[in-house]
Design a protein around this ligand. Sequence first.
Ligand SMILES: Nc1nc2c(c(=O)[nH]1)N[C@H]1C(S)=C(S)[C@@H](COP(=O)(O)O)O[C@H]1N2
Ligand SMILES: [Mo]
Length: 350
Amino acid sequence: MEISLEELQLATRNHGLPLEALRYPITPPGLHYLLTHFDIPAVDPESFRLTVGGRVERELTLSLDELRTRPRAELTVTMECAGNGRARLEPHVVSQPWLDEAVGTARWTGTPLAPLLEESGVLDGAVEVLFTGLDRGIDGDVEQDFERSLPLAEALGAESILAYEMNGGPLPPQHGFPLRLVVPGWYGMASVKWLTRITVADKPFSGYQQAHAYRLRQEEDEEGEPLTRMPPRALMAPPGIPDFPMRRRTLAAGPVVLEGRAWSGWAPVAAVEVSFDGGRSWSNAELGDDLGTRWAWRPWSFRWQAQPGEHELWCRARDEAGNVQPLEPAWNLGGYANNAVQRVPVTVVP
Ligand SMILES: Nc1nc2c(c(=O)[nH]1)N[C@H]1C(S)=C(S)[C@@H](COP(=O)(O)O)O[C@H]1N2
Ligand SMILES: [Mo]
């Protein structure tokens, strides 16, 4: 299994969260993971408009100032790319080669989506809402704007917002300036960046990013299951110090506090467990306070007595819906949703 220069080209554009940055409850913007399929578009905030149209009574056209005078909502959300863990799959899947780190938590501020849709007057027969970005490119030989849809009930019922701020500052260009959708609990692909058009539709969207990408499939001609919410995952900030360039960890024997964060888009995190013997036995980690919302990760910690020698530290999360992380990844064509447990090899020295 080798990573090609083309994959490296993606990996240098789309960086992950350095795992030591799990220490921050809210990820500083430059450390939040990033995934952009095409180019970051140039946007003039003065002439920028969001339109809401399709199966509605009245089409709305809104400037950024008009969006900012609408009701404000703030949402702290852990977002993870559906391709997280892809690079660990065998056989190799060619796309953005994430290991474990395609995640971040931000405080998004904007205006709630549902009232905007209600104001436009959604007509009978509507089933989905389509979100279109300003970025354009070719994916799977199809030229396209980046577009994704949500079921109407999800768009009207959930807490999704149209965000114009990240962590209290303007949205950075790479995270969707001047406006993006944020869908809490869902994998990142739902949260369309550089959002310029919302279209209420009377049939399911069959565009590339919906009907072809982001589906769990074994074969090309299979319809597959669409990806939606994030299953549980726990990550650990690797303890000790790394070597360069292999990043192998070394730490001193004695008491060590292992720390990390865990999340699930289906239900609140119920437990995080750690294993030091390859998953034969598991011990409960201590869960810290949540960030006041079920949409953000929960801190966890475990006091470990590190003995000299070679160790592999494992951690896994379970949510209140009973979802638990698998020990081994399940392969699929797109290399999605690999939430197999993280394994951190360490050398403990006397
Ligand atoms: N317009 C647009 N929106 C997009 C994307 C994109 O390429 N273009 N990538 C999606 C994917 S796959 C992910 S995982 C998230 C990443 O959001 P971030 O870069 O702000 O972390 O944005 C989503 N929204
Ligand atoms: Mo993604």
